[in-house]
Design a protein around this ligand. Sequence first.
Ligand SMILES: Nc1ncnc2c1ncn2[C@@H]1O[C@H](COP(=O)(O)OP(=O)(O)OP(=O)(O)O)[C@@H](O)[C@H]1O
Length: 485
Amino acid sequence: MTVRMSKAIIEVADAKVSFGAVRALAGVTLAIRPGECVGLVGHNGAGKSTIVSVINGGLTPQQGSISGDGEPLQRYGINAARVRGIRCVFQELSLCPNLTVVENTRILHRQVGGLGWRRRARLVIERSLDAVFPGHGIESDRTVGDLSIAERQMVEIAMAFSDSGIAPRLIILDEPTSSLDASLTEQMLAYVRRFVASGGAVILISHILHEILVTASRIVVMKDGRIVAERPGDAWSEHGLVEAMGSVVKGEAHRRTLRDLAKEPVVIAQTGRGLPLQAKRGEIVGLAGLAGHGQTRMLMNLHAASTADWLPRRDPAVTFVAGDRRLNGVFDLWSVLKNFSIASLHDLALRGVVDAEAEAERAGEWKRRIDIRTPDMTNRMLSLSGGNQQKVLFARSLATRAPVVLMDDPMRGVDVGTKQEVYEIIRQEAQRGRTFVWYSTEMEEVCLCDRVYVFREGEIVAELAGDAVTEENILAASFKGEAAA
Ligand SMILES: Nc1ncnc2c1ncn2[C@@H]1O[C@H](COP(=O)(O)OP(=O)(O)OP(=O)(O)O)[C@@H](O)[C@H]1O
């Protein structure tokens, strides 16, 4: 029996894209058909966002062709993609922060105009939010800038799946779950499965390979601007994917066995009527719980409490690794080098003047250590892929002498190979006496911590240590406010 394959919604053939000396796509051919969820994986800088920009019409390849529903598309761009029902949720969230959720909906759905547009736009977005994230609790009159990063991500995702006349046919999700906790992620993946089962198509990009394995019907692996492997989803294992990406397969990361810690905590904080937080010298302390329940606020408060001096200190007491990098991490207009060295200028300066050689040397060391992929550290920060920008923020903080490192879900968008390297660096630094306070939306990371505080509604509701740090206990505490017996 011959199986008739439906026509591809979009097909890119032999696409080549270069940014100056960097070859982002070296001849990529990819077709997406109705009813399939294509998982796209690869190391940071492999070219995933670039091929997505080509499919989304945001970037015209220097070579190659694009066709849609079997017809060659000559002048393909964002508007042409939108008319074909192709939408993209970007890694860097793209909503206008000064407008409300409803007003942002109006911008995406241009046809929702005229008298009464607010009511209709509200209906469009609320219907979609309810469908993708039942019980979301987001009021559509709120200004986007006031939403937490997880809420913003939920609105972006719901916006992409919303329908106001032009039905969504292909939704591209570029690391959509990087700020979502486990339950929101599950809601979104369940919706993706339903959307695909009803004939829609999805491209799912994620560094959390488990998500891809349980959702994608086909998985495509990219490496250095090329597709290096492509198979049905159920023909892959996590191990096989990591190998195909060119990363070294390491055993599962385990919590370290703790040596004796000093008795006196170096960090102490209180959350309302909740339990107090304590972190000792050399300890890795995790902050867990559902996203947006006060973990980031706690980190901000700890940071403010130790840095409120008028003068910058030669020996900073704390350093902060931002997770919401566009909001409080990256200096857009600066080079990679300047973004890296800004926190250690005191160490790099001689009589008040920065020693450029020492600065370049230290940046080079970190470039090698966590594999920041750029041909030249003086390139603009925004020329880096998202995951590589995140690595720079890591390097910036770890290169300081601050004894306490506060981390706000810092692995957003970092690839699996690099994550393992960073976990190892954290262990080594903790062994040398540094204290880490680490908020993460990834259970695997929380379970690496020596001690974990679970947050609920702004307060710490449970403290788990050693062998009690398990997924089951954390989930029980997150939902019920108490650890499982
Ligand atoms: N505007 C740009 N200017 C210069 N170089 C760029 C630009 N956009 C992307 N690049 C480069 O192209 C390459 C591919 O980047 P891309 O963002 O597609 O990677 P990615 O696979 O999505 O990575 P990540 O997993 O970190 O998001 C990288 O080396 C990146 O530095």
